[in-house]
Design a protein around this ligand. Structure first.
Ligand SMILES: [Fe+2]
Ligand SMILES: [Fe+2]
Length: 253
């Protein structure tokens, strides 16, 4: 037992050492969210720097370097978690096989972009906001509303409440009132079925035996995602700061 603890400590020391080497004299100031995720209401040491140290501002040397003008694909490659990307690719693949429009295939490809690349809580809303300036309004609307719709069955298209949710959240889980309200509003909207199609092509998109490559969707991204010429984050849209934060998540301010 003592040896095992020692090993874990040694690993932690080694990790810390590697981080220090990469960072040089720079100190990472973490945001509240990182601490809240550990159940702590704190911003750690805040803005404390030791002698000869500086707070990290600018590119983070521990993360893969990004091109000056990053594209959506660069974010997939250099920032987003690789494993969960397969869920997005499989969803898009299923949507295409089911004959959905290119626009809707893109919606399926991006529907969980927030889970994969930014934040899990309220992921439909964050995801919609991230892509909103660059996609057709129907695409971001559908991404936003799949957040609520996935909790409610629609027999007309064979969508049932996901069995996996019963397992993950418990049989007694009930969506919060804002989700119920969003669902009821979406039900009456002209794009209801677009958001619903994300759910339909989402549910069966976790197949460990299928590997889908991003190359298969580069054409659709090229035709339906308005990639800014300045690079995501360098363009002046209401979502640019979110892309910049993803690029440099530990800027002190
Ligand atoms: Fe989702
Ligand atoms: Fe999903």
């Amino acid at each position: 037992m003592a040896t095992r603890t020692g090993t874990v400590e040694e690993q932690a020391d080694e990790f810390e050492h590697r981080q220090m080497e990469a960072l040089g004299n720079r100190v990472v100031g973490k945001s509240l969210l990182y601490f809240l995720a550990d159940g702590e209401q704190s911003i750690g040491d805040g803005f404390k720097v030791g002698p000869g140290q500086r707070l990290l501002m600018g590119e983070d040397p521990r993360l893969p370097q990004m091109p000056e003008k990053p594209t959506l694909l660069d974010f997939f490659k250099y920032r987003f978690a690789p494993g969960p990307q397969q869920h997005l690719l499989q969803s898009a693949n299923l949507a295409r096989r089911n004959g959905l429009s290119e626009k809707m295939v893109l919606a399926c490809l991006l529907h969980d972009i927030s889970v994969t690349g930014f934040i899990r809580s309220d992921h439909g809303y964050w995801g919609a906001q991230l892509v909103e300036p660059y996609v057709d309004e129907e695409v971001s609307w559908a991404i936003r509303h799949h957040q609520a719709l996935r909790f409610f069955a629609d027999e007309s298209v064979g969508y049932e409440y996901p069995e996996t949710y019963r397992r993950m959240f418990g049989a007694d889980y009930r969506p919060e009132p804002y989700i119920v309200e969003a669902y009821e509003r979406a039900r009456k909207h002209k794009w209801y079925m677009s958001a619903r199609m994300i759910c339909v092509n989402d549910l069966y998109a976790f197949d460990p035996d299928v590997t889908v490559g991003m190359a298969e969707f580069e054409d659709i991204i090229g035709r339906h995602f308005r990639q800014p010429k300045e690079g995501l984050g360098n363009d002046n849209t209401p979502a640019s700061h979110m892309w910049r934060t993803l690029r440099r998540p530990c800027n002190a301010l």
